[in-house]
Design a protein around this ligand. Structure first.
Ligand code: CA
Length: 238
């Protein structure tokens, strides 16, 4: 499943060891994150000022400005006060741990670390910082979607969706009220490279509606003429 830039969390890796930085980028991208990399502390500072990501993986020892100084400055600015930060440090610098946490890092990992372990920490931090982004479950009114089990229920009954309809519902439900064009839905649900007619979106939205509402319950999907589709943000509210 691909996610477009509007919904995939952005992660900035600030690490001067190119091999490690590339390894992390590779693994994060494989999990659907958008990854940016900086090798120097001063470059990272510029990027963080221009457009703060959703999470920073920050090495302690960096050319330019040190990781700890970057972290301290992030915490001093309103725009980045709560930006999730994971600090990386080399073995032997553990003594600095307390200092790292005291300047406001959210988590702290000692090299060498296992990549799955770091991935788990990234997910946990993002979940805490913006639960709707990678929540395991999405709800609206009597509709519930579970991303881990791929189950959808409405008013307690199981709704059986095909894989495309599931992804479509997942995508729309993540941002209730937001209108997506057919082209955006194609990119997000079918993938960037898909060469599929935009009318295909209409066909699948039609199927999704039919299964969700069975023709007699309220239709949670709104067709916006000339624009596209959205999940009705008023659905489930009085
Ligand atoms: Ca370093």
């Amino acid at each position: 499943m691909t996610r477009d830039a509007l919904s995939a969390p952005r992660i900035l890796i600030v690490e001067d060891e190119a091999a490690l930085s590339m390894l992390l980028a590779y693994n994060l991208e494989a999990e659907g994150f958008l990854v940016e990399r900086a090798e120097r502390g001063d470059d990272a500072e510029l990027r963080l000022l221009e457009s703060p990501p959703d999470l920073v993986i920050l090495d302690w020892m960096l050319p330019g400005v040190s990781g700890i100084e970057i972290c301290r400055r992030l915490r001093a600015r309103d725009a980045t006060r709560t930006l999730p930060v994971i600090m990386l440090t080399a073995r032997g610098e553990e003594g600095e741990r307390v200092r790292g946490l005291s300047v406001g890092a959210d988590d702290y990992v000692v090299k060498p670390f296992s990549v799955p372990e770091l991935m788990a920490r990234v997910r946990a931090l993002l979940r805490r910082a913006s639960p709707e982004r990678i929540a395991g479950r999405l709800n609206a009114g009597d509709i519930e979607l579970d991303r881990e089990t791929h189950r959808v229920r409405r008013a307690g009954r199981d709704i059986h969706l095909g894989p495309t309809e599931f992804r479509l519902l997942d995508y729309l439900l993540e941002k209730p009220g937001r209108v997506f064009t057919r082209a955006q839905l194609l990119d997000a649900v079918w993938g960037m490279s898909a060469e599929i007619d935009e009318r295909t979106v209409d066909v699948h939205v039609g199927r999704l509606r039919k299964v969700l509402s069975r023709g007699r319950e309220r239709d949670p999907i709104r067709t916006v003429r000339g624009a596209g589709y959205s999940f009705d943000e008023t659905f489930g509210r009085a």
